[in-house]
Ligand binder design. Structure first.
Ligand SMILES: N[C@@H](CCC(=O)N[C@@H](CS)C(=O)NCC(=O)O)C(=O)O
Length: 315
C-alpha cells in the first residue's frame, strides 16, 4: 500500500459520509480492513480514536502512518494514489476537459447539501418517519435527540481533558450540534435542506436529459463512472433508506430513475446498499473479533485448570 501499511477504514454502517468512502474503495477494488466505530456508544469520543480523528466523526482512513479524517480528503487521497493500472480512475486525467469541469461542478454542488438536516429532519418528522426503511436509523435519531446538549457537553468535556489537542475541533462540534438539534425540528430549516437536495437532483436530471444518441450509456459527467457518480449513488441510496424515493426520484425525474436502475447493477452500489441492512451482524462480528482472543485465552486457562484437576483426581 502507498503509506506502507494496510488501508484501515474506521466507519459506521449508517454513516452517509462513510458510504462515500466505502463506495470509492469498492469501485477501486482496494483491500482494506473495516473497523466499526459505534457512534451510538459514543466510541467516536474514545481517546485513541480522537487522536486519529480530532473531529470525533467517521470516516477516518489510515494508510500506514498517514491518517485522513474526512470523506472528501480520503476520496482525493485514494484517487491520487490508487489510479491507473488495476485501479480504475474516477476523475478524468485531462484537467482541461469538459468532463473534468463537470465532475468538479457536481462535486461542489453536492458538498453544499445539508445532508445531516435532510436525514435527521426526515426521521424527526412524525409523518415521514413512518416510511423510513431502517428502524435503526430512526433509533439513532432518537438516541441523538434524547442525549441532550448537557450530556454531550459532559462527554465532550471528558474527551477534551483526555485529548487536549482535539479541543478546537470538539468545540466546533458542540457548536454544530447546538444548531443541528434545533434545525432538525424546525420545519423551515428542514424544508431548506430538502429543497437543496431537490435543486441538486434537478441539475442531475437536466444533465442526464442531454445524454442521447451515442451518449445514452454515459454516466453523470461522461462515458466513465466518476467520483460525482459516487456522490449521486450514495445520495440516491440514502433517499431510498429514508423512504423518499418516490417523492424525489421515481415520480418526477424519469432520467434519474433510469440512471438509478443502471447504477444499482454495479457491485459497489449493491455492497454499499447492503451495509446498513447488515448492521446488527456487522457489530456482532466486530465484537466477536474483539473478544475472541480473550475467549480463547480464558478457554485455554480453563482447559489447563480442568486438566490439572482431572489428573489429580485420577492419581
Ligand atoms: N465532513 C465530514 C463529516 C463526517 C460526519 O459528519 N460524520 C458523521 C456520520 S455521517 C459522524 O461521525 N457524526 C458523529 C456524531 O454523530 O457524533 C466528512 O465528510 O467525513
Amino acid at each position: 500500500m502507498n503509506g506502507n501499511g494496510t488501508l484501515k477504514l474506521y466507519y459506521h454502517p449508517l454513516s452517509f459520509y462513510s458510504h462515500r468512502v466505502l463506495f470509492t474503495l469498492l469501485e477501486k477494488g482496494l483491500h482494506f480492513k473495516p473497523v466499526v466505530v459505534d457512534l451510538m456508544a459514543a466510541e467516536q469520543y474514545q481517546p485513541e480514536y480522537l487522536r486519529l480523528n480530532p473531529n470525533g466523526a467517521v470516516p477516518t482512513l489510515q494508510d500506514g502512518v498517514k491518517v485522513f479524517p474526512d470523506s472528501s480528503l480520503i476520496m482525493e487521497y485514494l484517487e491520487d494514489n490508487f489510479s491507473g493500472g488495476k485501479y480504475p480512475r474516477l476523475m478524468p486525467s485531462d484537467k482541461s476537459s469538459e468532463m473534468y469541469r463537470k465532475v468538479q461542478e457536481f462535486t461542489e454542488a453536492f458538498s453544499s447539501l445539508n445532508i445531516p438536516v435532510f436525514s435527521y429532519g426526515t426521521m424527526h418528522n412524525e409523518e415521514l418517519r413512518k416510511n423510513v426503511r431502517l428502524p435503526q436509523l430512526v433509533l439513532r435519531a432518537r438516541v441523538q435527540a434524547t442525549s441532550s446538549m448537557d450530556n454531550l457537553q459532559a462527554v465532550v468535556d471528558r474527551a477534551m481533558s483526555a485529548v487536549p489537542e482535539a479541543r478546537p475541533e470538539l468545540e466546533k462540534k458542540l457548536e454544530f450540534f447546538a444548531g443541528f438539534t434545533a434545525d432538525i425540528r424546525n420545519p423551515e430549516r428542514y424544508g431548506e435542506a430538502v429543497r437543496g437536495v431537490e435543486v441538486y437532483l434537478q441539475r442531475v436530471e437536466d444533465e442526464l436529459i442531454t445524454h442521447v444518441g451515442d451518449r445514452v450509456n454515459w454516466w453523470l459527467c461522461g462515458p466513465s463512472f466518476t467520483l460525482a457518480d459516487i456522490d449521486l449513488c450514495v445520495l440516491l441510496n440514502r433517499i431510498w433508506l429514508l423512504g423518499l424515493e418516490e417523492r424525489l426520484v421515481t415520480r418526477c425525474r424519469p432520467h434519474l430513475t433510469t440512471y438509478l436502475r443502471r447504477a444499482q447493477q454495479r457491485k459497489a452500489f449493491q455492497r454499499v446498499a447492503a451495509v446498513p441492512l447488515r448492521l446488527r451482524a456487522l457489530m456482532a462480528a466486530e465484537r466477536a473479533a474483539t473478544y475472541l482472543p480473550l475467549a480463547i485465552g480464558v478457554g485455554a486457562v480453563l482447559a489447563a485448570v480442568f486438566g490439572v484437576y482431572s489428573a489429580r483426581r485420577a492419581s
